[in-house]
Design a protein around this ligand. Sequence first.
Ligand SMILES: NC(=O)c1ccc[n+]([C@@H]2O[C@H](COP(=O)([O-])OP(=O)(O)OC[C@H]3O[C@@H](n4cnc5c(N)ncnc54)[C@H](O)[C@@H]3O)[C@@H](O)[C@H]2O)c1
Length: 401
Amino acid sequence: MSDKKIVMIGLGYIGLPTAALIAKKKLKVFGVDVNEQVVDTINKGEIHIVEPKLDVLVKSVVKEGYLKASIEPIKADVYLIAVPTPFKGDYEPDIAYVESAIRKLIPTLTEGALVIIESTSPVGTTEKMQKIIFTERPELKGKIYMAFCPERVLPGNVIYELEHNDRAIGGVNPESTQKAVDFYSLFVTGELHKTNARTAELTKLVENSSRDVQIAFANELSMICDKAGIDVWELIRLANKHPRVNILQPGTGVGGHCIAVDPWFIVSEFPKEAKIIRAAREINNYKTQWVIEKIKNKALHFKINNNREPVIACLGLAFKPNIDDLRESPALQVVKTLINENLTVLPVEPNINKHKEFDIYSINNAIDKADIIVYLVGHKEFLSILSEKITMDFCGIKNAN
Ligand SMILES: NC(=O)c1ccc[n+]([C@@H]2O[C@H](COP(=O)([O-])OP(=O)(O)OC[C@H]3O[C@@H](n4cnc5c(N)ncnc54)[C@H](O)[C@@H]3O)[C@@H](O)[C@H]2O)c1
């Protein structure tokens, strides 16, 4: 199989590391991306995304000639698709990028080719894409293989996890599943679990929905406790002393491009059945609004008591602790809303230097100037802050001290 040609369509956070890892195994990989800048950067042996160790890996595989990038796909033995799958206005999954990638590779397909979708997709997407291929190229019916294999890597540790994580691999038929398993065994050392395409598609969505539901439970508790005058952090610590209870921690909401997005792919397709999954999404979104209202109320009380608007230090903008990723971040949403409502906010985010919409303050500067200190994200830099000022803790920072 080592003389096989691999095409990777979509060279972002998932596609590029995967392409580079396959190329490291001395397989010829042709990366395809619609973004010319991405293609040029990679062909220079450089990278356009932030991921530890990826720069060294890409540089070496490009130099050795195992990874090349282009705008258009070529004829290959294996095609992998890792293009975005966002949602549209009304939380409907948007698989237009996957369809466009499929349409692009159709003219290059030959008998025996294996097409694998890695993009997080709604159930039935792989079968739908197969239909599109056979409509355009009916002579390929029964002569190509198709499978779905979702990605579950942790940004920051992608190179290691791509190789070592277990994978669920589901073909549109058993032959496709086996072909895909044989392919992944060339570069994955984690266990390769065989299933069908629809189950593999739902597996990925369910993993993230499960996290979302568990966080929603903690967020709901935090709002109940606030009304009941109970410290939610103490409550959860005590409840978790039960040998079979493990409640997660509440926060400002749920963000990121996976947990806050993927559950909607189930809800939109199974609106009557997916009751808990929808409720969890709504609770986690509501928690962010609740945080905003709490801060606004505190600011109003301050104004009534002091006859002036308070200065509010908002600590953390990222969607989770100790990263710089602001995608779908509830903390960012809180800060933007407060600024839009003309409150005086000093945003602090130790993991980024600047933001295009507002100034970023250093921790000390913000704490010095603030009347109210709001903890939105539990970054490690915030753990040692000591202050007598009014504090609002939405991420359990005091608990971590
Ligand atoms: N990033 C993660 O941590 C992660 C984890 C698990 C699953 N996923 C899933 O993997 C998929 C890819 O995510 P990502 O984070 O790598 O996205 P990304 O935005 O980083 O990269 C996608 C790339 O695809 C390119 N592209 C778009 N349409 C194209 C087309 N028709 N032909 C060729 N190139 C095209 C874009 O220019 C971009 O470079 C998504 O479905 C995502 O949900 C991502």
